[in-house]
Design a protein around this ligand. Structure first.
Ligand code: RRO
Length: 302
């Protein structure tokens, strides 16, 4: 089976990669990271960030809430120190980038473009935990387009826009970032949620609200992929509750060209290679010579 896919100028050996923030080089102790279609970093921010108030993670009956708040050492540390470790692996490295302003996004994109080993930027314009009220560039077509257009002008790297489920019309946002020069959309980041400790009578997360992920989010993410795939011509990368090969097949048939696995890697650290192996087995069993033939099969009018 030919597992290769093209995502806006970037050739991947297969369509399976980690979701940003759920993955680091330490997983190399569990499986061969060089089997993955791409590697995706935790979001990097221009400056050092402390992160949000503790606790930052909360498990619910149906999935995980997080309000991590992008702690990190900043872009300079990433380019001069962290990149040395990432360069040991062979799949294309996609660097997730988050920032507070359009200008900061553009400056950081230029710096990443000048850093050897960076294959693409995943523009995280959808972090739900940057502001107390969960505001993000990707909530509105105009602010999403402004951030992507500035990065597009600042660098020639493949540019993926990570979209938000916390918006009224994700198809309009997808069209806006396509128009602004994005090479792909990643659908979707976590959806804002809340859990309350009824004895202490306070939110369980230190920051209050958080981004919700895991199996209960899958039908929603799948619907968002389906809507975006019908709205744009650029590739859609599906993410949200994918844990099994069958989940990945659903996202591809809904219009995705590749998939990301996030929360499932916390449940089982071998979820990524298991999805990859099972996807190849599905194609072989059903007589698909190319995994790319699955993309969009379940879209209306196909
Ligand atoms: O670090 C986080 O709190 C975080 C980010 Br940047 C994001 O994009 N999505 C998420 O669920 N958490």
């Amino acid at each position: 089976v030919d597992l290769s896919v093209r995502i806006g100028g970037l050739a991947l050996a297969n369509p399976v990669m980690p979701a940003s923030g759920t993955f680091g080089p330490e997983l190399a102790q569990v499986f061969d990271l060089n089997r993955l279609g791409a590697l995706v970093t935790k979001s990097v921010t221009p400056q050092y960030r402390q992160g949000n108030a503790l606790p930052r993670l909360c498990e619910t009956e149906a999935g995980v809430l997080n309000s991590i708040g992008i702690p990190g050492k900043g872009l300079d540390h990433f380019c001069t120190q962290a990149m040395a470790e990432w360069r040991r692996f062979t799949p294309p490295l996609v660097v997730s980038l988050s920032a507070d302003t359009v200008a900061a996004f553009a400056d950081a994109a230029a710096r990443l473009a000048a850093t050897p080993g960076v294959a693409a930027i995943e523009a995280n314009i959808s972090c739900p935990n940057l502001e107390e009220d969960g505001r993000a560039f990707a909530m509105h077509p105009e602010s999403a387009a402004a951030a992507i257009a500035a990065m597009r002008a600042a660098c020639a790297l493949p540019l993926w826009a990570k979209l938000s489920p916390n918006t009224a019309d994700i198809a309009a946002v997808a069209r806006a970032v396509e128009e602004a020069g994005a090479d792909a959309v990643v659908v979707a980041n976590t959806i804002l949620g809340l859990a309350i400790d009824i004895e202490r009578m306070v939110p369980k997360l230190g920051a209050g609200m958080g981004g919700f992920s895991g199996p209960a989010f899958k039908p929603i993410a799948l619907r968002l992929v389906w809507q975006c795939a019908q709205a744009v011509r650029i590739p859609v990368i599906g993410v949200g509750g994918i844990a099994t090969p069958a989940d990945a097949v659903e996202f591809l048939m809904a219009g995705a060209s590749a998939v990301q696995v996030g929360t499932a890697s916390f449940v089982s650290p071998t979820a990524l290679p298991a999805v990859l192996d099972g996807l190849a087995a599905f194609c072989a069993r059903r007589g698909f010579a190319r995994v790319s033939d699955l993309t969009g099969l379940a879209l209306p009018g196909r």
